[in-house]
Design a protein around this ligand. Structure first.
Ligand code: ADP
Ligand code: MG
Length: 309
């Protein structure tokens, strides 16, 4: 066990252009440490470079330059050991249509050199809820079942690190719950989990550490709690009694009108106290029927960091 499950230094990837398309620099020198034992979120808009990063770690895409160390093994020096340490559930549903789920797992186990006596295909199929479909042809499986099978395949060699690339994009609630239950349980058993997502609430709920990646570069890397604390913007939402004739005016407070006569007063919690905001409201002659506050969520942090780049 190493302190960092993954260490990435100066990682670059340029896809060669083809048929008139220009070359694309998908990763522009990424440095990133992913602590062992964490549930780590890789967050970013479409095209940010998340899949490229993950596919390089999985050995599916060749990097242009830089270094990746997986579970202490330098990818270039020890390709076999570094590949054995990581299991990837890819974003694409790339399954051989002629293999049954059980056969697909056996083939995968063979590829990773898992001896027959140590294979546990049935156990893994049960884990992902595919035990009834063990002998069905993959082409008869629904989209959700294919995703379950992809997760099962990522687990056959008992990797230290499990990577899930946009696992819940477009999946139903049941599958999503199955995925998160498995993620929590595997993590509790010691597996490091890396997941990419562009669902921010999901990252907020599932991940203890987050890197935000945009245009091929890491723009933020912190604990989820610290990222959220980074924006201390608060909004006080006031439902006034009767009509509002004058708006509150005070430096540091920005007032916007919402539907139904509701006022939203946003302020920086570090600079303006909630009491001062209420005072400004009273000074404007507004009587308060109801009041509540809103805090910044990960979405605000994300927008702030990826804006105008
Ligand atoms: P994400 O997973 O964050 O959506 P990707 O890693 O898939 O981002 O893509 C990053 C950038 O690299 C995008 O601009 C994408 O169009 C480009 N790209 C990805 N794969 C290829 C490829 N095989 N050939 C050329 N360009 C690619
Ligand atoms: Mg992707």
């Amino acid at each position: 066990m190493t302190a960092n499950a993954i260490e990435i230094r100066g990682l670059r990837k340029t896809y060669a252009g083809s048929r008139g398309a220009p070359a694309k620099e998908a990763l522009k020198g990424v440095d990133l440490d992913i602590p062992a034992g964490s549930v780590f979120g890789l967050l970013g808009p479409n095209g940010a470079g998340k899949s490229t990063l993950i596919n390089i770690l999985a050995g599916l895409v060749l990097k242009t330059s830089g270094k990746a160390t997986i579970w202490g093994f330098d990818q270039d020096v020890s390709p076999r050991q570094s590949r054995a340490a990581i299991g990837v559930m890819p974003q694409e549903l790339n399954l051989d249509p002629f293999f049954t789920p059980r056969a697909a797992l056996e083939v995968q186990a063979g590829l990773y050199g898992v001896p027959k006596s140590q294979r546990r295909s049935d156990e893994i199929l049960a884990l992902v809820g595919l035990e009834d479909k063990a002998n069905a042809y993959a082409r008869t499986l629904s989209g959700g079942m294919r995703r379950r099978l992809l997760l099962a395949k990522a687990l056959v060699h008992r990797p230290h690190i499990l990577v899930l690339d946009e696992p819940t994009a477009g999946v139903d609630i049941e599958l999503r719950q199955m995925l998160w239950e498995n993620v929590r349980r595997l993590n509790a058993e010691g597996m490091t989990i890396i997941l990419t997502t562009h669902y921010l609430e999901e990252a907020e709920e599932m991940c203890d550490q987050i890197a935000i990646i945009d245009h091929g570069a890491v723009v933020a890397r912190d604990s989820t709690a610290n990222l959220l604390a980074r924006l201390d913007t608060r909004s006080m939402i006031i439902v006034p009694e009767g009509d509002v004739t004058a708006l509150p005016e005070k430096p540091g407070i920005e007032v916007t009108r919402r539907d139904g006569g509701v006022l939203a007063l946003s302020y920086s919690a570090g600079q303006v106290s909630a009491e001062a905001v209420l005072e400004a409201v009273r000074d404007a002659g507004i009587r308060i029927r109801d009041v509540r506050t809103e805090q910044a969520d990960l979405e605000d942090v994300f927008l702030e960091l990826t804006r105008s780049r």
